[in-house]
Structures are given as structure tokens and as C-alpha cells.
Design a protein around this ligand. Sequence first.
Ligand SMILES: *Cc1c(COP(=O)(O)O)cnc(C)c1O
Length: 339
Amino acid sequence: MNIDTKMILNAQKTILGIADNTPLVPSYFISNLIQEECLLKLENMQAIGSFKIRGAMNAIYNLPSNIKVVTCCSTGNHGRGISYAATKKGIKAVIFMSTLVPKVKIEAIKSLGAEVVLCGRNQVEAELACQKFAKENGYIEISPFDDPYVISGQGTIGLELLAQRSDVKSILIPLSGGGLAAGIAIAIKKENPNIKIFGITMENGAAMHMSLRQGRPIDVTESPSLADALGGGIGKKNRYTFTLCKKFLDTTITVSESEIYNAMQTLYFEDRIIAEGSCVVGVAALLAKKIPNLKGPIATIITGRNVDMSMFTDIINGNDIKLGDTVLKGQCYKSYNLN
Ligand SMILES: *Cc1c(COP(=O)(O)O)cnc(C)c1O
């Protein structure tokens, strides 16, 4: 299936009125700090707290009408999107998640009426269980990223962004399986190939980043991260996103756990935004000056807000955070003196 602008325009019609057109707001603080205009695309304001509603709605509403059950594996936000869309359409959803998924996300999915199966110590193990379950029962599995309707649903962000600010020069996109980055990049590069697109991910399990460097989809060891929604592999049998990211992303970059920690604090104290670790990796890359010669206006996607609030308040208070067997050293936020 060829994923192009036409497919993204169709997705835009399908999700109209459900996945909202989100604001693109300037961050004066970050703009001042880096001396380039920085814009935040606030996908944290979507109904289910993340952009994943776009791809999930588009995938569910394009299913053949005889399909009454779907399944998926998720780090939380895709599952929430699928549950929301399935309930709206009156079909059943069974969501597989690993024990790395925060409790807030699991509870939210249950409350939307989906069946939850918790299994596996990480995303890769949960994914294998989900595949087996789908095969045994003849259910359709909707990938969180490697699905043409999911990719084109996420791509609607690219069309919106261009309509809001056609003068944008660089876009920083949180990157995991690559559905979000691929979708946005298709929409953007077709319109203006000079706009630079960067995929940003965490050091603790950068599957797409490492796969692109190796030239083929590879598995990486995953360890607990503040960016839990960026976990999981890209699949050894990746069909779409590996090729698309290879073709359309200018480069990919990783950020560390303490850079993510600092970015969560910064967005909270300076822009009053509550965001998940996964959503601030673009901001983390800007604050840590990871990309040389970056041209503004720069946009980054604030992909969601579904963070565990007790962990979030710990970060805001500068406390240490336990990540599996390791401890991430906390630090109280000191506002930069810009004068
Ligand atoms: C899924 C997700 C991403 C990454 O999207 P991919 O399409 O897997 O690259 C980024 N941020 C949040 C909050 C997510 O839920």
C-alpha cells in the first residue's frame, strides 16, 4: 500500500471532529534560550491525552464492516486510542501490555471498556504474545506504528502544522516505532523537501535509531526509561516505517534520562505544560544543544500528557527516580537567568 498525501487527506476527513486540530504555540523561554523561534505542537491536548488517537481512529474506521474484535500491543497510548475508537464504533478491543507500562495508562484503557492482557517483561515479549493471540483467534492486530492507516492518521499532524506555519524550517519528532515521524515526514517533504526532519529518541532502547545505523531492523536491549512510550522494537519484519524513516528523516538523535528529566521540569516551570517523558525528547535535544546549526522556526511535537502523576511530582520536586534497578539522580529546577 502506498502511503501518500492523498491517504493523509482522507485520514483528515475520517478523524474530523474526534482527533482535534491542536494548537501550535511559541515557547518564549526556549526561543530566548536557543535564539531561534521554537513552537510546540500540543498533542497533549487530545481527548485521550496523546496524538495516538489520530492513527487509531483512522485504522478502526477503515476496517471492513464485518470485523467485530481487534487486538493490539501497546506501551499504553496506542491501546488507549484503539480502546476509545473501538468503543465509539461499537466493536471489542483486547489490548496487550507489558509490565513496563505505567498503571495510569492501564487503568485508563480499562475504563474505556477494553479487555487488558498484562504479559511480558518488555514490549517485545508483549508483542509476541499479542501476535500469537491474534493468529489463534483470527483477530486483526493493529500495529501501533507499522500500519498504513495508523501512519497516515499520524501524518495529519504534518498537514496541520504546515497550515499553521508554512515557514517552519525544522521539525523535531519523538521517535519509537516511527509511525508518527514517517506520517509527518510524508506530509511535509512532499510539500517542502527543504524542511529538516529529526527523529528524537531515548538512549535506553533506541530501536529505530540503531536500525537505521545498521541498515536493517534490529532488536536493542530495552531498559526502563522516563520515556516509557518510546519503548519496544520496530519488528524484524518491519514493513513500512523502517523504509519510510530511512527515506524521509534527515537524521535521528538520542537523549539521556537526565536530559529528559530536565526537559520535563523546564516545560512545567517555564511553559506550565505537564508532559510525559516521551513527549519532551525534542525539547531535551534543544536544551542540550544536540543538533548543530539548527534553523528556526523549529517545531516539536509534544506528543502526550499521560504521565504517572506521583512520578511527575517527584520530578518537579527534584527527587531521585527509580528506573528498574537503577536510580536516576534528581535535581531541583533552577530557572535559567536570561535577562
Ligand atoms: C507512540 C508514542 C510516540 C512515538 O510514536 P511512534 O509512531 O511509535 O514513533 C511518541 N510519544 C508518545 C507519547 C507516544 O505515545
